[in-house]
Design a binder for this molecule. Structure first.
Ligand code: HEC
Length: 144
């Protein structure tokens, strides 16, 4: 029973395709890990600012103004979350101009019946910076 020749017969060498199958599974796992890592890297607005230094001014303006009283980055409070706004307008070529105008002039009826007040103290350039920054935000689970 302990004859090594017997063992050879009980355990034939792995077929060639199995090596390929293992390689494919490993590659998929590596991609998955890389994808999760990429998502973690982009989670917070602060990290996003680090990746978009040209937009950091917009973030400062948003956080220095009254916006965060009504908006959350990911959660709907009085107004829609900034990531929801980014989702909705990202594919519009005039998104930044449109949102910049809404920030200055106020809005109602796009998301519901709650009114967003006007911000006459914010000039066109500042509102554009804010809008560009908002459009760059991504929900944590959809960053890719
Ligand atoms: C008093 C609460 C309040 C404040 C303060 C506020 N918002 Fe809003 N915001 C809202 C509400 C409510 C809506 C949804 C309006 C609608 O349905 O059209 C909204 C909508 C928006 C939209 C989307 C407009 C659209 O056309 O879809 C943007 C962009 C926005 N706000 C940015 C800002 C920025 C930037 C600030 C700070 C300068 C700010 N908001 C301050 C309540 C507020």
């Amino acid at each position: 029973m302990t004859d090594p020749v017997d063992d050879e017969e009980n355990y034939p060498p792995r077929p060639r395709w199995m090596g390929w199958a293992i390689a494919v599974v490993m590659a998929a796992a590596a991609l998955g890990v890389a994808h999760i890592g990429w998502r973690i890297m982009q989670v917070s607005p602060a990290e996003q600012a680090a990746q978009h230094p040209e937009l950091a001014g917009g973030r400062k303006l948003v956080e220095a103004s009254d916006c965060m009283r009504c908006h959350g980055w990911e959660r709907h409070y009085v107004g829609p979350s900034f990531v929801a706004i980014a989702e909705r307008y990202r594919d519009r070529p005039d998104a930044a101009e449109h949102l910049a105008r809404k920030i200055r002039e106020g809005s109602v009826g796009e998301w519901g019946n709650t009114i967003m007040p006007r911000h006459p103290q914010i000039d066109q350039d500042q509102s554009l910076q804010m809008a560009r920054w908002l459009l760059a935000t991504r929900p944590a689970e959809q960053r890719d």
